[in-house]
Design a protein around this ligand. Structure first.
Ligand code: F0G
Length: 361
């Protein structure tokens, strides 16, 4: 069997690379598609729910898919530095792939509003961290401006190569299931990922650049936002987005038109999840399935469960939820979720351990 060396190598005939391109890769992609076993039974519904566990990418989020392509192309074009605004995951991915490529990474992050794991990663990879007294949207506006004044390549999802890399997640799902799912649920922030999935599903569902169609249908796209940061639900930009799911604390999404296009063409919808719903879904996945994702990721399952309950997603459906990031990214929120759980402390003796076990059987 051939060694897996990343998504560009795997899908190079569907990506904008050539034989001369040096692939900057950390072995991203090829993430598990896990079928939920307990939650469907718990809610008493006959549905096939799969989660695409993107938290197992090299830096712990789906951003690695886009970053391998964006950095590969930046290097191919001779760039010496990349820059992004980020709620944390893009900065971690940019930092890691820049190291791999031997170029510099500058990251703008909202001070005090990124999860601890993401900050730790970005520090360790050695990126130039620029904290701003402002949110992601302010950082994004600055990055777009400064790129006209300094020799840096933007690696946010407005970089089309990010979308190219991220579309491979849809390819993997269809390759594994043998068809497209009926519904695809995912969290929406800056809206690059929903754009990328729709592009991937669309390319696989028709004859495309010399390839025969792989599947005969595309899924209904369901985008879920945090209630305090839900411009696709309110229909207008949000100036002061707030949510516990800091990854999607975004009020001015860059891929506005492309995301609406995915919604319209697929016959899908956007909806808003409260922080309580998001946290409940995160805990449910951990405690009933053994799957630990970060809060923003759980918006996909929260939305799916709500819409299965309401019948918008009918029984008999095959549903994929993208879990965009690893639970370890945000230890503070996780520990906060478990503040009523008190680990016992006992003497280090056999008797005390025996008692602790028997007390908890
Ligand atoms: N889930 C996670 C864990 C994210 O980090 C992001 C975006 C999203 C969902 C939303 O994806 O923006 O393509 O709609 N994080 C970006 C960042 C903004 O800077 O890491 P989107």
């Amino acid at each position: 069997r051939k060694r897996y060396t990343g998504l560009i190598e795997n899908y190079k005939d569907r990506l904008p690379v050539s034989d001369n391109t040096r692939f900057i890769s950390l072995g991203e992609g090829n993430t598990p598609l896990i079928q939920l076993q307990n939650i469907p039974r718990l809610i008493g519904k006959d549905v096939d729910i799969y989660v695409k566990y993107e938290g197992l990418n090299p830096t712990g989020s789906f951003k690695d898919r886009g970053m391998t392509m964006a950095v590969t192309k930046a290097v191919e074009e001779g760039s010496q530095a990349i820059i992004c605004a980020s709620t944390g995951n893009t900065s971690a991915a940019a930092a890691a792939y820049a190291v791999r490529a031997g170029i510099k990474a500058f990251v703008l992050i909202p001070e005090g509003k990124i999860a601890m794991g993401k900050l730790a990663q970005t520090l360790m990879y050695g990126a130039e961290i620029i904290q701003i007294n402002g949110n992601f949207d302010a950082g994004m506006a600055l990055v777009k401006e400064v790129a006209d004044h300094a020799p840096v390549t933007i690696v946010n999802s407005i970089n089309p190569f990010r979308i190219e890399g991220q579309k491979t997640a849809a390819f993997e799902i269809v390759d594994e299931l043998g068809c497209a799912p009926d519904f695809h649920c995912l969290p929406v922030g800056n809206a690059g990922n929903i754009t990328a999935y729709w592009k991937g599903y669309s390319e696989y569902a028709s004859d495309f650049e010399g390839h025969k169609a792989v599947t005969d249908k595309r899924p209904v796209m369901c985008g879920y936002q945090a209630a305090g940061a839900a411009p696709f639900v309110t229909g207008k930009m949000v100036d002061n987005p707030e949510t516990v799911a800091t990854a999607i604390r975004i009020g001015h999404p860059q891929s506005w038109d492309k995301a609406w296009n995915a919604q319209k063409e697929s016959g899908g919808w956007f909806d808003a999840m409260s922080d309580e719903q998001i946290l409940a879904a995160q805990k449910m996945l951990s405690q009933f399935e053994g799957i630990f994702c970060e809060p923003a990721s759980a918006a996909s399952l929260a939305g799916a469960l709500q819409d299965i309950g309401a019948g918008k997603i009918p029984e008999g459906s095959k549903i994929v939820c993208t879990l965009t990031g690893n639970g370890l990214k945000d230890p503070d929120t996780a520990i906060g979720q478990c503040k009523d759980t008190h680990p016992v402390t006992i003497d280090a003796t056999l008797d005390a351990v025996k008692k602790a076990i028997l007390d908890h059987m």
